[in-house]
Design a protein around this ligand. Structure first.
Ligand SMILES: C[S@@+](CC[C@H](N)C(=O)[O-])C[C@H]1O[C@@H](n2cnc3c(N)ncnc32)[C@H](O)[C@@H]1O
Length: 520
């Protein structure tokens, strides 16, 4: 059937071929029709969930504004032949009508617009018109949705998560649409974006899979192993050929235990809200989580409950795991077919030895991926109200580490002491005096402001401010402990005025004053 889109219509039919919908039978409003016993024993389901095929089927939308336009967009995505009935069309709908993607029935609502429609949506701002549409539709046994009026609607448009061909629909039966929206948001974060590609891949190989694994049980186990393996990671990364290879291999040797995988995942600085969606997904799929000591308990609480959690902290007093032992643990678990998450504070590739771990995994042919995290410098700066760059005062930012005398000796102090740049110093609390002395010796002004951020982004965050000259004394005075990140440079002065998270900065305002209006 072709959509006769284009010319505005004022007359009778909107879809010609389906005008057999003309039978006008009133809906049974007072309980079920005669001859049907009511099913009062079971808990009533408010709405019956249904997915409809609207491809090439006429649908009427009454209303020409933005609300109608949103409905039209999803109807077009489903392939419906959309007619919009309204005296005038808003900008986006007028554009669609101009491109002949919808048809415009111009004028005030008329009942014969319903002729031939499979569904109708009333989206005008006029309640009387909307209820007339709903009533006319009911008489014709046509399903009608009245926007924002659950009672007048005989079908609801659910909140959806679209991973086509997989689509998840959520309805609160019109009772709490905001709750449905919130649920949708939560589910969006949990569902792999590669889900649709996976469904399409399986559809292509469905017959072969059935042939290879005729027994339902064996097929189920095979699917589980496939879903738990690396195929999703490849599809997510757009590597469909590699995904296809994984599927082929699994089909060739269906009984062989799959090789596990390792994801090097950045856990961010502590606030669980700073986890990426990808990190959250990896945590939810993990069998084993090898985590640093710095990873916050709040982040770990988001991981799959029955995963095995192993702390592999390398610093701090007491328990410590060597890098070799971490490599060996990743390898052993992956070879046993488990999905391993190597969870690191901040970002795995910023002072996190993630590079070495990836090299090791490559050398041992373990399937792996890297999920970046928000590194401490970015998070601490943001949560302390310190823009790392500033159009007038800092044109560059350097991330450095200075955790022992040796590492201090290897730094290029002349470059680091330059003005108009920001230093973000990781692991620096151990030798703040050495840091200060080197910077002063190479020409950095004693009055350069600093902000030392302890437990950045976490509930116990503290920010100590001062000048370079005062740095070690101030830090000692406030007993700053690891994890703490030092931000040194003109921009640090802004912490006094721009702080927003936790307690105000500790310490007298540094002398340098940076105007707010040009903050980059
Ligand atoms: C071994 S490094 C790891 C850095 C991590 N890979 C990242 O990207 O943030 C550890 C150092 O990061 C800094 N750090 C990490 N989390 C922090 C936090 N929540 N607040 C302040 N500093 C933090 C501290 O300087 C700490 O000593």
């Amino acid at each position: 059937m072709r959509h006769p889109a284009g010319e505005p219509i004022t007359g009778r039919h909107i879809g010609g071929a389906t005008s057999h919908f003309r039978a006008a039978t009133a809906r049974a409003e007072d309980g079920g029709p005669p001859g049907f016993a009511s099913s009062s024993k079971s808990k009533p389901m408010k709405m019956f969930p249904l997915f409809t095929d609207l491809k090439q089927r006429p649908v009427l939308v009454v209303g020409g504004g933005e609300v109608a336009a949103r409905k039209v967009a999803s109807l077009l995505a489903a392939g419906a032949l959309v007619t919009v009935g309204a005296p005038r069309l808003g900008r986006s709908l007028a554009r669609l009508a101009g491109d002949r993607r919808i048809r415009h029935a111009a004028g005030e609502y008329r009942e014969d617009w319903l002729d031939g429609a499979w569904l109708v949506i009333a989206a005008t701002a006029d309640r009387t018109v909307n209820s007339t549409v709903a009533r006319d539709a009911a008489r014709r046994r046509l399903f009608a949705n009245v926007v924002d009026d659950a009672e007048l609607s005989s079908f609801h448009v659910p909140a959806i998560i679209d991973r086509s061909p997989v689509v998840i629909a959520i309805s609160s039966g019109g009772v709490a649409p905001m709750l449905a929206r919130r649920l949708r948001e939560r589910l969006e974060t949990l569902l792999d974006p590669g889900l649709g590609a996976l469904a399409r891949l399986l559809e292509r190989h469905r017959a072969r899979i059935r042939e290879r694994l005729p027994a339902l049980d064996a097929r189920r186990r095979w699917y589980d192993a496939l879903f738990d393996g690396t195929i999703s990671a490849y599809l997510r990364a757009g590597q469909s050929l590699r995904a296809e290879t994984v599927l082929e291999a699994a089909l060739q040797a269906p009984a062989a235990p799959g090789l596990g995988s390792v994801a090097l995942v950045g856990a961010g600085p502590g606030d669980p809200g700073l986890l990426t969606l990808k990190a959250l997904r990896a945590l939810n799929q993990a069998d084993v989580i090898l985590h640093d000591r710095l990873v916050s308990a709040d982040v770990l609480a988001l991981a799959r409950r029955d995963a095995e959690f192993i702390e592999v902290g390398k610093t701090g007093g007491g328990h410590s795991t060597s890098q070799d032992a971490i490599h060996a643990a990743m390898l052993a678990h992956a070879r046993a077919g488990r999905r391993v998450v190597r969870l690191k504070g901040g970002d795995p590739f910023v002072f996190g030895r993630g590079g070495e771990e990836l090299e090791f995994l490559h050398a041992h042919a373990i399937p792996c991926e890297v999920v970046p995290g928000i590194t401490a410098a970015l998070a601490c700066a943001a949560y302390a109200g310190v823009p790392l760059t500033h159009r007038e005062h800092a044109q560059s930012v350097r991330f450095i580490t200075a955790h022992c005398r040796d590492s201090l000796d290897t730094l290029d102090w002349r470059a680091l002491a330059q003005e108009r740049q920001t230093l973000a110093v990781y692991m620096g609390v151990g030798d703040l005096a050495g840091l200060r002395d080197n910077l002063l010796a190479h020409g950095r002004a004693a009055s350069t402001p600093f902000a030392l951020v302890e437990n950045g982004s976490r509930p116990g965050q503290r920010v100590v401010t001062g000048t370079l000259a005062q740095l070690p004394e101030r830090a000692n005075g406030h007993k700053v402990r690891s994890p703490a990140l030092l931000i040194l440079g003109e921009v640090a002065a802004l912490a006094e005025r721009l702080h927003w998270h936790g307690a105000p900065p500790l310490g007298a305002p540094p002398p340098a004053t940076v105007p707010l209006r040009h903050a980059a």
